[in-house]
Write a new protein. Structure first.
Length: 447
């Protein structure tokens, strides 16, 4: 999910902020002395196991592993408008990883984004959320990472232009935006809700994708869960501005997060599919806690929110077929058999009137889905849809998107769909190229 690392986008403006002398006062952090890597058998296996689940909730693997490698050796190249940033090696290799880090240094990195050597880390590492992780959970994460296989792999140096490559500027950002202890708690709402709040606002960092960011790349406090961007995907609003045609309930959220799909909402794709994949090994009670808290966050349903049966009822007003014969014909020939075929999920597609992709604020997710299809989730009875990148050309794709929007979304047409189609194709081509990159860590240094 490289795009999440575009958090860095706003850091350009830090240059302005960091002029403040105050930033310099906190810019210097002491080094913490290195130690010999601890022997793996000095860690309690139960704590290591707990750490494994916590690492899954925190998506550590997704960012710290080159696609498909699964080894925490870092090196994931992340393009940003200002250059490329690479994730760190967090295996216990003493030289190139965090093997020489005492627990204290690890906790400081999680809480305040500072490396063992004292340098400030870019907030692409979501420590603005991890700062809320408890001592016990940090200890378990540390135990888990220190018992992985050490991998000797120096990630390449970030390729950022000045002034972004000047790390002390990050101190200015932290002064403005790094707040610990932001986790809401409310005894009256019960243990499950409070556990959910702790996970969602901390380790699971749901807001890192689902909250829009300001010009400095920080999450907007007054727009929590109002929808954000990651890669070329929209991470839908999850608060009361959600466009989901049917309101999310705690049960629906639980099913979606547990299995990757839910009958009234469809499937998780793109970066969200990775989040769900990571949650697969996490205890049921934690997934349920996340669902309970998020359902509460989603607030009162918007007035146009419907029950599943109302949402799919044909509307007399939508005479989209006449208005857009090309789109209607493609839909009838290539899509309707699955999406109106009466086969229940996971084997059929949802009625598209239920899809947030079509009701959403822009067409990116829809286009990504139609171009690439929906792949099977390993180990799950999960939905499959073929990709249409090769069989539908750009003009047809625009016609199809417009048709779906008016027929099923019953909303105003999106703007600039043709540009969105070109962008989606370019991103698809780039990700196919990246997916083909060698998983072998010895090859990783090469472009
Ligand atoms: C969204 C992507 C992302 C996620 C999720 C993520 N990290 Fe990172 N992490 C990064 C990047 C990028 C860096 C490098 C930052 C820099 O160079 O300034 C980093 C740096 C670090 C560092 C500092 C290493 C060093 O040598 O300075 C540690 C420790 C770390 N991450 C641990 C974790 C743990 C533990 C988790 C899961 C709980 C995690 N990260 C999840 C992206 C991520
Ligand atoms: C790495 C970025 C990222 C993170 C982290 C993330 N999400 Fe998502 N999420 C997305 C994207 C992108 C989509 C849209 C995916 C799609 O179109 O299938 C999405 C979709 C969703 C949806 C579907 C909404 C709808 O109306 O269809 C829900 C619910 C959701 N996420 C909940 C969560 C929760 C809860 C967490 C934290 C445990 C979380 N997400 C963490 C990126 C993310
Ligand atoms: C072979 C069956 C099949 C065909 C053909 C097919 N789909 Fe799908 N589609 C699926 C399945 C299965 C899913 C995943 C379940 C879901 O989310 O609806 C899906 C998901 C989707 C989604 C996401 C719905 C959501 O928000 O969860 C959209 C949008 C979509 N398809 C559009 C199309 C379009 C447009 C076409 C024709 C160009 C098409 N599909 C052709 C089976 C199919």
């Amino acid at each position: 999910m490289p795009g999440q690392l575009r958090i860095i986008t706003g850091i350009a403006a830090i240059a302005l902020v960091a002029g403040a002398a105050a930033a310099f006062a906190v810019a210097w952090r002491p080094q913490i002395a290195a130690m010999a890597p601890p022997r793996p058998d000095t860690f309690d296996p139960d704590i290591v196991k707990r750490g494994r689940d916590l690492a899954a909730i925190g998506n550590c693997n997704t960012c710290h592993t080159v696609h498909g490698d699964g080894n925490y050796a870092g090196g994931l190249p992340v393009p940003t408008p200002f250059g490329t940033i690479f994730s760190s090696n967090i295996t216990p290799d003493a030289e190139t990883g965090i093997g020489s880090w005492p627990e204290e240094a690890f906790v400081r990195a999680m809480r305040s984004g500072v490396g063992r050597d004292g340098r400030h880390l870019y907030p692409t590492f979501p420590y603005d959320h991890f700062t809320n992780v408890s001592d016990a959970d940090d200890r378990a994460l540390y135990a888990f990472l220190m018992t992985r296989q050490p991998v000797h792999a120096s990630p390449r140096a970030n390729q950022l232009t000045f002034p972004l490559n000047y790390r002390p500027l990050i101190a200015g950002w932290k002064l403005l935006y790094l707040r610990s202890g932001d986790v809401p708690s409310d005894a009256a709402k019960g243990a499950e809700w409070n556990r959910g709040a702790y996970l969602v606002e901390g380790l699971a960092h749901c807001g890192a994708c689902h909250t829009p960011r300001n010009a400095l790349g920080a999450e907007r406090v007054n727009a929590q869960f109002a929808g954000g961007d990651v890669d070329n995907w929209h991470a839908y609003a999850l608060n009361d501005t959600s466009r989901a045609p049917v309101r999310w309930t705690a049960d629906a959220l639980y099913a979606y997060l547990r299995h990757g799909w839910q009958a009234d909402h469809g499937t998780a794709r793109g970066p969200m599919a990775e989040v769900v994949g990571n949650l697969a090994t996490v205890a049921d009670s934690d997934v349920r806690a996340i669902a309970v808290y998020m359902a509460d966050v989603s607030g009162a349903p918007a007035p146009d929110r419907k029950s599943p049966t109302d949402a799919v009822a044909p509307s007399a007003a939508a005479d989209a077929t006449q208005a857009n014969a090309t789109g209607a014909a493609i839909y009838a020939a290539a899509c309707a058999s699955c999406h109106e075929g009466g086969r229940a999920l996971p084997y059929g597609g949802v009625n598209l009137a239920l899809s947030t992709a079509i009701a959403g604020p822009d067409p990116r997710n829809l286009l990504n889905i139609v171009l690439s299809g929906v792949g099977a989730v390993p180990g799950e009875r999960s939905p499959i849809m073929p990709g249409f990148a090769a069989s539908v050309d750009d003009a047809q794709m625009v016609a199809l998107a417009n048709y779906l929007r008016s027929k099923f979304g019953k909303r105003q047409l999106w703007k600039d769909v043709d540009k969105a189609v070109r962008d989606a194709r370019a991103v698809q081509a780039a990700s196919l190229a990246a997916g083909d990159a060698p998983a072998d860590s010895s090859q990783r240094g090469k472009p």
